[in-house]
Design a protein around this ligand. Structure first.
Ligand code: ZN
Length: 228
């Protein structure tokens, strides 16, 4: 029986609509996923690369970003760490939240911060629709469970869509995110911002400004990797 025939039997709504998993299955069959680390046709991130990531030591890097009290990252944005983050963000591998958040947790075990709440850097609504999930929110939720600190994504929101920072120069990045965030209900709170990659820090700076404007007493940030 053809798909069309099955579709007709089911009535007016299409088979694809009734079975969203079918679309993904057909897509995988026609375009098999390749590993974001080594490129082999297998899975978005293969077991060999996952093992490499697990063995990568957690570094303790501190960066200076204006208006943020301290910014930490668990390693340089290169090699297997950069590959994992790319697969996590762009190749539909949300399961990488677990090993990547474990790195954040390990760093925080060394750097004890007194924070009241974890706040992921928000995605624009448009990007959320494209990706299906906010990678920073997945990290924040994992970290929240691991450390017993509450996570409140609604404290901060994007008030306008911005271009992808990765494609812009330093000055353009600043202009791109200026005034792009607004905060609510941050009065008296010490906040830890969660992001995947810190580059120039312009996104974190804007987030911190928005939170401070609404009364946050301290704003720290932690990212999986740092470039530059
Ligand atoms: Zn691989």
């Amino acid at each position: 029986m053809s798909l069309l025939a099955v579709d007709n039997l089911l009535g007016s709504s299409s088979l694809v609509e009734r079975m969203p998993g079918l679309t993904a299955w057909l897509k995988d069959l026609v375009f098999p996923p390749t590993c974001g680390g080594c490129g082999r046709v297998d899975y978005q991130f293969c077991a060999v690369c996952a093992e490499k990531l697990a063995l990568l030591p957690v570094e303790y890097r501190e960066h200076h970003v204006e208006t943020v009290d301290a910014v930490f990252a668990t390693g340089r944005h290169a090699g297997i760490l950069a590959d994992a983050i790319r697969a996590f963000k762009y190749a539909g591998a949300p399961q990488l939240a677990e090993p990547l958040a474990a790195r954040l947790d390990a760093l925080l075990t060394r750097q004890l911060l007194s924070v009241d709440v974890l706040v992921p850097v928000p995605l624009s609504g448009q990007r959320l629709v494209e990706r299906g999930y906010n990678q920073s929110e997945l990290l924040a939720k994992r970290l929240s469970e691991a450390r017993g600190i509450s996570c409140n994504p609604s404290l901060l929101r994007r008030v306008r869509h911005t271009e992808k920072q990765a494609q812009l120069s330093g000055v353009e990045r600043n202009q791109n995110v200026e005034g792009a965030f607004a905060a609510d209900g941050a009065h008296g709170l010490s906040v830890l911002l969660i992001d995947d990659v810190v580059t120039t820090g312009s996104t974190l700076r804007e987030c911190a400004s928005a939170l401070r404007n609404k009364g946050a007493t301290a704003v720290y940030a932690i990212a999986v990797s740092a470039s530059g």
